[in-house]
Design a binder for this molecule. Structure first.
Ligand SMILES: Cc1cc2nc3c(=O)[nH]c(=O)nc-3n(C[C@H](O)[C@H](O)[C@H](O)COP(=O)(O)O)c2cc1C
Length: 408
């Protein structure tokens, strides 16, 4: 049995024997982990994706058709991927020099991914790496990846009957009024973009970053903090406001090897919005404001190695390069939740020393940016033995399941 996942299945028909999943009206994952510790195997958000992680086991082939977005899938497709993590078991297993979630079901499938739309070689390469990482995560036994220029081509390739697809990403984007003023110097916007907001590991790391930047600069920088939640996407005024900062640091934890879906949505919107703006205005001051806005990423992840954040960092890098922002650097922190304890400072914690040092290096690069330097991304791991980390994490899962009286 085959499933085809489409951003929109409006007016689309396929030959018999193929199930369609239309990604419209699916809500974003909020990172509550209920599908691992409260209702194992199913999501608690009540929409058509609620039982999806259980349904995957009915299919031997899954085909995903997605717009290529900065080296990733588009946000409607990513919503499905993020909402399906309950397909994986709650407990972690050891896998070579890493850990990952085990299998909940004795099941595997073949995955086809068809990306449509224009993209650079770098974006295509990144998208392939992302799919590969996803396959490892989801125990996919074989996969194929194709890039085609238009959705219609992808649709015909799959044997579709009618061609009338529509993904009106820009439908509700309005033309703004501002964007023609000089921006103030030494201004930094730090965005906690985690779906978990103030309860997130990103809250800890973004606050730590502000603290270190203030200390190293003697409070000479104006640092503003923002949140990107899952309840509403970014609006045009907010987009224009961000072009008024010298530096923007986007902080979040990775979901299924990439940014959570609402972050992809916001970047798709910014991209579509700036395109629309340029069609109606001269580039002028906004153009130089964009070029002068430096973009950074602070990503953290649950598994032990920080380089798992590479796809999240590359996603934002590809967005920045496409839209002519100045991409500078990303930092990826492995074992992110381990050190993100606001009650226990990482200064003085021997295990966290390495992470703190890297955060300091990252802060120095934000404060002393020079266009003459080419910055490499920074990756730092959970500084703890693999077996110990596996034990710690599995004890946390066990504790949460026990608390919810779930016997597993
Ligand atoms: C839906 C979901 C998917 C996740 N996928 C991954 C993953 O692919 N790799 C990983 O290392 N951690 C993964 N994690 C763990 C998060 O990256 C980790 O908990 C991180 O600290 C979350 O950051 P935040 O609290 O700032 O949102 C996932 C968590 C959730 C809820």
């Amino acid at each position: 049995m085959e499933l085809v996942v489409l951003e929109s299945a409006e007016n689309i028909e396929f030959k018999e024997g193929i199930d369609l999943l239309d990604c419209r009206d699916i809500k974003p994952c909020t990172g509550c982990a209920a599908c691992w510790v409260k209702t194992p195997g199913k999501c608690i958000i009540k929409d058509k994706a609620q039982f999806f992680s259980q349904k995957i086991k009915n299919y031997d082939t899954i085909t995903i058709v997605s717009k290529l977005c900065f080296g990733s899938v588009s946000y409607p497709v990513k919503r499905v991927l993020d909402r399906c993590v309950g397909y994986l078991d709650t407990f972690m297993i050891k896998d070579e020099d890493d850990i990952r979630h085990g299998k909940r079901y004795n099941h595997t499938f073949h995955l086809n991914v068809v990306f449509y739309g224009n993209g650079t070689e770098q974006e295509k390469n990144e998208a392939s790496q992302f799919v590969k990482a996803f396959c490892k995560n989801y125990f996919v036994n074989s996969y194929s990846i194709e890039f085609v220029s238009a959705f219609n081509t992808a649709f015909i390739l799959l044997g579709g009957k009618k061609i009338d697809p529509n993904l009106e990403e820009t439908r509700d984007i309005l033309i703004p009024k501002i964007g023609e003023v000089e921006k103030p110097k030494n201004s930094i916007a730090i965005i906690n973009a985690s779906p978990r907001g103030k309860k997130s590991a990103s809250e800890f790391y973004s606050n730590k970053l502000i603290e270190i930047c203030n200390k190293l600069s003697n409070n000479e920088f104006k640092i503003d903090k923002y949140y990107w939640g899952t309840t509403r996407p970014i609006n045009p005024d907010e987009i224009m406001k961000f072009t008024m900062y010298d530096s923007i640091i986007i902080c979040f934890g990775i979901y299924v090897d990439g940014p959570p879906s609402h972050i992809i949505q916001n970047f798709q919107r910014i991209d579509a919005y700036l395109y629309q703006y340029m069609k109606n205005h001269t580039y002028g001051k906004l153009g130089s404001n964009i070029r002068d806005t430096k973009i950074y990423v602070l990503a953290n992840n649950g598994l032990i190695h920080g380089n798992q954040n590479i796809h999240s960092i590359n996603f934002i890098k590809n967005f920045a390069n496409k839209n002519k922002f100045t991409w500078v650097q990303g930092i990826g922190i492995g074992g992110g939740p381990l050190y993100a304890n606001p009650k226990k400072d990482i200064i003085g914690d021997k295990n966290a020393e390495g992470v703190y040092k890297k955060l300091e290096e990252f802060s120095i690069n934000i404060l002393n940016y020079s266009e003459k330097i080419s910055y490499n991304d920074i990756y730092t791991d959970a500084h703890i033995n693999l077996d110990d980390y596996l034990n710690i994490i599995n004890n946390i899962w066990k504790f949460a399941l026990d608390k919810n009286k779930i016997n597993k």
